[in-house]
Design a protein around this ligand. Structure first.
Ligand code: PGA
Length: 263
């Protein structure tokens, strides 16, 4: 049986005004019922975090930021630090492929962001995954290994359970091509990632880390990923902007959990 809470994250990316975000959250309240074993997280723009924090039912939804600056305060015009988000968010999405590709974030910078999250009581959702070119060259495992080991290099075994890992093959993300991935291949990558975590932290600590899949996940394919033994949830982009689709995903997660506990 799955003892970890399933995590379903809505990454709204750079979409919607504050008003539109509130409207979408209100519609999510109407369509998504609360389940004890499922954690639903909304990652809106920075602007919407504060208003949404007052509007959402915190027993049903938690908030995440999509980024943050690794230094707590100082002369970094235009940046928002994790220290500023301390009481506002439970999670922060770190090292998303949009950040790596469009904003040239390096593994070392991502390592510092992971550490800054933990220092400020925020759980990082660390995104890793290979590009289409890296896959074509047969470098998938090496890339994922490097992303993982560098990003976690300042995370102590005591802090590891606060880290969530999202495996998102870049080529499967809507923005970067949105090719359909095969759950069987994802399963192999999950085992590989879990094995890397075990090498670094031992089996017990590695087993407690939640592993998410991301890349064009929606209400038609979510079941294929969530049914994987090692899959603890989903990071959802496009489909999270449609509350019917997103509610469908949460529903599927609930049904899969229920069938597991009946076994
Ligand atoms: P997608 O985005 O579901 O639109 O592919 C996922 C992500 O970028 O986290």
């Amino acid at each position: 049986m799955h003892s970890k809470r399933t995590l379903i994250v809505a990454n709204w990316k750079m979409n919607m005004t504050v008003g539109q975000s509130s409207q979408l959250a209100a519609n999510m309240h109407k369509t998504i019922s609360g389940h004890r074993d499922i954690e639903v997280v909304i990652a809106p723009s920075f602007l919407s975090l504060q208003p949404l924090s007052l509007e959402i039912d915190r027993r049903r939804f938690r908030l995440a930021s999509q980024n943050g600056h690794e230094i707590d305060e100082g002369g970094y015009t235009g940046e928002v630090s994790f220290a500023m988000m301390r009481d506002l968010v439970h999670y922060s999405i770190i090292g998303h492929s949009s950040r790596r590709i469009y904003f040239a974030e390096t593994n070392k910078q991502i390592r510092d962001k992971v550490a800054a999250c933990i220092r400020n009581g925020i759980s990082p959702i660390l995104c890793i995954g290979e590009t289409a070119a890296e896959k074509a060259e047969g470098h998938t495992r090496q890339v994922v290994h490097d992303q993982l080991t560098v990003a976690l290099s300042n995370v102590t075994p005591e802090d590891l359970h606060n880290v969530v890992i999202a495996y998102e093959p870049v080529w499967a993300i809507t923005t970067f091509g949105g090719k359909t991935s095969n759950p069987e291949d994802i399963k192999k990558m999950f085992s590989y990632i879990r094995a890397q975590l075990t090498d670094l932290y031992g089996e017990k600590a590695a087993g407690r880390v939640r592993l998410l899949y991301g890349g064009s996940a929606d209400n038609t394919n979510a079941g294929g990923y969530l049914a994987l033994e090692d899959c603890d949830g989903l990071l959802v982009g496009s489909a999270s902007l449609n509350y019917h689709k997103f509610a469908g995903i949460v529903d599927i997660a609930y049904k899969i959990n229920r069938s597991r506990s009946d076994d």
